[in-house]
Design a protein around this ligand. Structure first.
Ligand code: UDP
Length: 243
């Protein structure tokens, strides 16, 4: 199906991809077919002229909170978790290149031999030059998550929206996998999301988006094409200031 650039709702987006989204049905690691499909979808929106930022998680490799429960010091575990996000960022970059998309990995923890350090103005320049920017190593600080990094980079990059691809097709009143009466919301305010403690993104990420009025669109990576989401079509929940 041909998509006209006129239909596109956003000009600069931040796409938050969790580590889990990269592992397909496997218990951990990477499902290269899933990653290849995902990067093709991302390349499709980029080819429409949308500037794309990506923040990738690391939960498919290492999660600081779980390791600290098993005896590691929390801050050290978190640094290992941030290294995991760099691995994922480099994998995404390779698959984006397969689709002839130019990209840069910019890491909050400098790693000069393999990627650029995160410098805000350089990141904006990369976007303006038509490169996808993949932000790695989260915020660069332990005790944070890549959700918060996503909100932070979205604010810094002046993104129009945060696209949060998940395993379910929106925000539900309770876990739809456990409760068949769970109701999905089309729209939700930031305040309602926080007050009802709906587990979509951490509270710090939602607060940052609220303060800076950046809407969060929650959708299923499995069931929805990203290109539909950026046209405002398909099934999703939009979290914004209006209910
Ligand atoms: N992390 C961190 N600071 C950050 C972002 C991430 O310490 O700013 C660590 C933390 O240990 C986390 C891990 O990196 O568990 C992987 O990130 P996250 O859990 O957010 O990944 P996702 O759930 O999106 O796969």
């Amino acid at each position: 199906m041909e998509i006209s650039p006129d239909e596109v709702k956003y000009s600069r987006v931040l796409f938050k991809i969790s580590g889990e989204a990269l592992m397909g049905l496997q218990p951990f690691g990477h499902d290269m077919e899933v990653i290849s499909r995902l990067c093709k979808d991302i390349a499709d929106i980029h080819k429409l002229g949308v500037q794309v930022c990506i923040v990738v998680g690391g939960g498919n490799i290492f999660r600081g909170s779980s390791a600290s429960l098993n005896g590691c010091e929390r801050a050290s575990s978190d640094y290992i978790g941030m290294l995991a996000t760099i691995i994922n960022a480099l994998i995404l970059q390779n698959f984006l290149e397969e689709n002839s998309v130019d990209s840069r990995v910019m890491s909050a923890i400098p790693m000069a031999a393999i990627c650029e350090p995160y410098i805000r103005r350089k990141a904006i320049r990369n976007l303006e030059k038509g490169r996808i920017v993949i932000f790695a190593a989260g915020t660069g600080n332990p005790f944070f998550t890549t959700d918060t990094a996503a909100a932070l980079r979205a604010v810094e990059m002046n993104c129009d929206v945060i696209l949060k691809g998940t395993q379910v097709n929106g925000v539900y009143s309770s876990d739809p996998k456990k409760n068949e009466d769970a109701v999905m919301y089309d729209k939700l305010s930031y305040t309602d999301l926080l007050a009802r403690d709906l587990k979509v993104m951490d509270a710090s990420a939602v607060s940052l988006a609220r303060e800076n009025l950046i809407p969060i669109v929650v959708f299923s990576l499995k069931e929805e094409k990203i290109v539909n989401i950026i046209k405002g079509r398909g099934i999703y929940t939009i979290v914004s200031n209006s209910r």
